[in-house]
Write a protein that binds this ligand. Structure first.
Ligand code: TYD
Ligand code: MG
Length: 454
C-alpha cells in the first residue's frame, strides 16, 4: 500500500497543502492550518468512488405539515423578542459578548424563569464554582428556582449526566471555551476543542430536543473567540453588548434560523440583575441637553420597534491639513457622504473643520434614515444655533441632495408624539398621517432643511 502523504487543511477556507504553515496562502488566515488524517480519494488521485454502500433514504415533497413544537418562552420579554418568540426545542444558540457584560447574569435569570415555569433546566458552569453561581442567584433573588447546577468542563461527563436523568428543556453551558472533550487532543479553548465540543452538544440538542445555549467570549476585536465555524454550526448567534460607562445592555441576533435578526432587546444592569427596559427611547433621551447646538433627535427603528435617539455633532475649526472625522455609533462612510452632499448641494463649508459625530448612549445605528438627523446636527453645530428641542428628524439623503422616504414613518411619528415631541421634519414623500399632537414639516431636499429649521 502506498504511503499516504500528510494533508494539511485550512480551517477557514478549506485550502489543502502538503505541509504546515503559520499562515494560509489561499486566504491569509493565521494559525488556521490543521493536519487531517485519513485519505481523501479525490486528492489521492485514485478517482474511485468509495465502495461503501449507502442506505436509500425516503424522499419527501415540499408540501406537507409538521406540527411545530411550541417554543419555550423565558418570560423575559426582551429576550423572547430577540429569539423570535422563545427558544425552539432542539435548537442551539450561541450568546456572545465581552467579559463582564452580563451574559451569565442574563442566562441565570432566564434559567430561573424557565425552571419556575415548570420546565427542567440544567445550568453548567465551566468558569465558576457552584458557590459563586449560588451567590449570584442570591443577588438575583432566584434561589427558589429549581435549576439543576453543575460545575463541569468535560463534554463526555456533561453528556452522560444529561442523558441519564429526565430530559431537560433547557441546557445552559457557560462557557463553550472552557469545555474539554477527549475526542480532540488540543488544550481547552483552542479551535479544535471548541469546535469538537460544540459539535457534540449540537448533536445532543438535535437528538434530545432540548434547547442548548452556549456562552461564548468575544476577543478584543469583537469576534467570537474560537472558530467562526461554530457560528455557522449553531441555529442562532446572539450578541450582548453595551459599554462600561452605561448601565444599559443591548441584545441583538446576528444570525437566527427561526426568527428575525433586526430586533433588539434592551436591559438595564442594576444591583439586583438585569431589568427589562420597556421604553428604550426614554432611556436614550434621558440626559438630553436641549439648549446646546449640534444635537438632533433621530426617530429610528430597531426591527419593528421605534427608537428615538439623540445624534450629537461637533464641528470645530481644524488646525490639521487633513481635518479629522471621528464617528461613534454610525458609519463613517455615510458621514463622509452627508458632508459631501452638504458641501456640494447646499454650499455648507465643512472642508476646513474637524467633524465629530456620536450617537448618544453608546447605541449603534445602521439605518440610512438617520442621514437627515445627522445633517441637521452638523448644520446646527456649524451655525452655533440649537435646533428646536421638541423636533425629531428622519429621512435618507441621496447624493443629489434630495431627502428620500423611509419605511415605518407612521410608527416613528407615533413614538415621537408619545414622548411629547411637537414637530417632525420628514421627507416629502411620507404619506402617513401625522398623529394629533405632532406637526410634520415635509421637505424635498437638504436645502429646505437649512431654510425651514433655523
Ligand atoms: P456577568 O454576568 O458575570 O458577566 P459575563 O458572564 O458576561 O462575564 O456580569 C458581571 C458584571 O455584572 C459584574 O461587573 C457585576 C455586574 N452585576 C451587577 O451589576 N448586578 C448584578 O445583579 C449582577 C449579578 C452582576
Ligand atoms: Mg460569565
Amino acid at each position: 500500500m502506498a504511503k499516504r502523504a500528510p494533508r494539511f487543511v485550512c480551517q477557514e477556507c478549506g485550502a489543502v497543502t502538503g505541509r504546515w504553515a503559520g499562515k494560509c496562502d489561499a486566504c491569509g488566515a493565521w494559525n488556521s492550518i490543521v493536519e487531517e488524517v485519513g485519505a481523501d480519494p479525490i486528492l489521492a488521485g485514485t478517482g474511485k468512488a468509495p465502495s461503501v454502500k449507502g442506505r436509500r433514504v425516503q424522499l419527501q415533497s415540499l408540501a406537507g405539515s409538521d406540527d411545530e413544537p411550541p417554543r419555550l418562552e423565558t418570560g423575559i420579554g426582551e429576550l423572547d423578542r430577540v429569539t423570535g418568540g422563545g427558544f425552539v426545542p432542539g435548537s442551539v444558540l450561541l450568546v456572545g459578548g465581552d467579559p463582564g457584560i452580563g451574559k451569565s447574569t442574563l442566562l441565570l435569570q432566564a434559567a430561573a424563569r424557565v425552571a419556575m415555569g415548570g420546565d427542567p433546566v440544567v445550568y453548567i458552569s465551566g468558569e465558576e464554582a457552584i458557590a459563586q453561581v449560588r451567590l449570584r442567584a442570591d443577588r438575583l433573588s432566584v434561589t427558589a428556582a429549581p435549576v439543576a447546577l453543575a460545575a463541569e468542563t468535560s463534554v463526555e461527563d456533561i453528556l452522560a449526566t444529561l442523558s441519564s436523568g429526565p430530559r431537560p428543556a433547557l441546557v445552559i453551558i457557560d462557557s463553550i471555551q472552557t469545555l474539554y472533550t477527549s475526542i480532540a487532543e488540543a488544550a481547552p479553548g483552542t479551535v479544535s476543542q471548541v469546535r469538537a465540543s460544540a459539535q457534540a452538544l449540537i448533536r445532543y440538542a438535535k437528538t434530545s430536543g432540548a434547547t442548548v445555549v452556549l456562552v461564548g467570549h468575544v476577543t478584543k476585536d469583537g469576534q467570537l473567540a474560537g472558530p467562526r465555524v461554530v457560528e455557522h454550526m449553531v441555529d442562532a448567534v446572539i450578541t450582548f453588548e453595551g459599554d462600561g460607562s452605561h448601565s444599559f445592555r443591548l441584545l441583538r441576533a446576528t444570525k437566527n434560523r427561526f426568527g428575525p435578526t433586526d430586533e433588539i432587546g434592551v436591559f438595564e444592569m442594576t444591583g439586583s440583575g438585569l431589568k427589562e427596559v420597556d421604553n428604550p427611547s426614554q432611556l436614550f433621551l434621558g440626559e438630553r441637553d436641549t439648549a446646546s447646538p449640534g444635537a438632533a433627535v433621530f426617530a429610528g427603528m430597531e426591527g419593528t420597534r421605534p427608537l428615538l435617539v439623540e445624534i450629537q455633532a461637533l464641528v470645530a475649526p481644524s488646525s490639521l491639513g487633513t481635518p479629522r472625522r471621528a464617528v461613534v455609533g454610525w458609519d463613517s462612510n455615510r458621514l463622509a457622504m452627508v458632508i459631501a452632499v452638504l458641501e456640494a448641494r447646499c454650499g455648507v463649508r465643512l472642508a476646513g473643520s474637524d467633524v465629530y459625530l456620536a450617537v448618544a448612549g453608546g447605541l449603534r445605528i445602521t439605518e440610512p434614515a438617520a442621514d437627515l438627523a445627522v445633517a441637521a446636527a452638523l448644520v446646527s453645530s456649524l451655525a452655533g444655533l440649537a435646533l428646536p428641542s421638541d423636533c425629531v428628524y428622519f429621512g435618507e439623503v441621496s447624493l443629489s441632495g434630495r431627502v428620500r422616504s423611509v419605511a415605518h414613518a407612521a410608527g416613528r411619528l407615533k413614538e415621537a408624539e408619545k414622548l411629547g415631541f411637537g414637530q417632525a421634519v420628514v421627507p416629502e414623500a411620507v404619506t402617513a398621517d401625522s398623529p394629533k399632537g405632532l406637526r410634520t414639516v415635509a421637505i424635498g431636499g437638504l436645502n429646505d432643511l437649512l431654510g425651514r429649521v433655523f
